[in-house]
Design a protein around this ligand. Sequence first.
Ligand code: FAD
Length: 461
Amino acid sequence: MAGSAARKVAVVGSGPSGFYAAEALLEAGAEVDMLERLPTPFGLVRFGVAPDHPKLKSVCQNFTQIAGHERFAFFGNVALGRDVTIDELRSFYDAVVIASGASTDRKLGVPGEDLPGSWSATEFVSWYNGHPDFRDRSFDLSCEAAVIVGHGNVAIDVCRILLKSVDELRRTDICAHALEALAESRIRDVHLVGRRGPAQAKWTVKELREIGMLANADVVLDDSDLALGETCEAELRDPRGVAAAQSVKILRTFQGRPRERARAVHLHFNLSPRALQGDHCVERALFDRCRLSGGAFAQVAQPTGETVALETGAVFRSVGYKGVATDGVPFDNRSGAIPHERGRVMDRGEPAPGLYVAGWIKRGPSGVIGVNRACSLETVATMLADFADRPSKAPGRAALRTSLAARGVRPVDFTSWSRIDAAEVEAGAAQGKPREKFTAVSEMLAAAFAGATSVPQPRCA
Ligand SMILES: Cc1cc2nc3c(=O)[nH]c(=O)nc-3n(C[C@H](O)[C@H](O)[C@H](O)COP(=O)(O)OP(=O)(O)OC[C@H]3O[C@@H](n4cnc5c(N)ncnc54)[C@H](O)[C@@H]3O)c2cc1C
């Protein structure tokens, strides 16, 4: 890296994009401080990735190696906007990378959406994965049919968790409170509903294939949904439609399968949500039957005038995540992301000096873990080019520590996180699980500071 002193960079967020940015910065000789609002690292790898997908979580071992670098420091339990302002961070560091992900959900925008019994997939996923902000939620799973709106991988995750038996889930890292509630679940039928057709679904092939392999649920679909129009067929022949073509091929293998199991996934296409109805809670979901119109890869769903009703007491809305604005950081409300040029944050068309962005808060909420690597590399390359030969003038870590201490904030460093990790793994081993997560910040802090003379109190949001 140009300049004699190491550049000092703060990375806000400890999900994949934060760690990939940190890795690239460390390789370039920078000193990296990572701020994370929770005492635990790894973002959606811990709180999003489904418990029955343990292999994907092994990426945390790579992140742990990165955290072991001598020029890296972890500041868990430190939130930008709560414990430190963006102006302070910008004065302490040569550059700040916002990698805070997309933590809220998009709305359907239909009447009845806020009735009891209608939840976002975000809430449900965060609850079963033990996110402290969601541990106290409750989900009434006493009805027999659930509806999931959305045809993406998160919708499929929710579908699997609702339909797998408790015996299949109990050896995963799913939280004890979720396992207990799922043991009481009466849900037998899950309707997975999408606005457009099989060729436009957003799920990936691997996830789709998995619902066809559920031990105790059949896949049910209507043959007519797989009679695709000429424009869809053209999309599937196009090189851009390779994944969709594979997905349609898998759907065709589901056709005509006998009903043999107690539970079922019902795949519905071309149904756009119109309303959720019920006297005091959701009793049915109404949809407009749609047909596709427009050219290849630009087809939109147009209502045909027919309405379809699904009787249900549990609706999970899975139509996308959305980023949240941070005070003092430019934000585009429409896209739910931070405006940028190759990772350089843009403020009303002008570069915001020293401010960068990576991951879901940069690109919007799509892309698997690995996609964030290229995204973060682009951001770091832009930053390094901007540094050019300017020497580092930032005080860095010492200034952050002084400021946090003045506010009574005690960060959780990576060694303290290791204590939380070890305690979770130990609690899980007793039950044959990879880990039993702490779900309250107070519990996490107690484990992090075990043996210390005092334990910090959790701070609000
Ligand atoms: C339900 C779900 C399941 C998924 N399953 C898979 C899968 O099976 N395989 C796969 O490859 N990908 C999966 N993904 C995608 C993957 O999780 C994302 O690509 C990835 O996590 C995005 O990384 P990120 O770093 O941008 O955001 P995140 O992982 O969300 O990390 C952002 C971090 O920033 C922190 N933060 C937020 N605000 C602040 C603040 N103000 N101050 C300090 N810290 C802050 C958050 O607490 C969080 O730790 C899944 C996503 C979801 C939602």
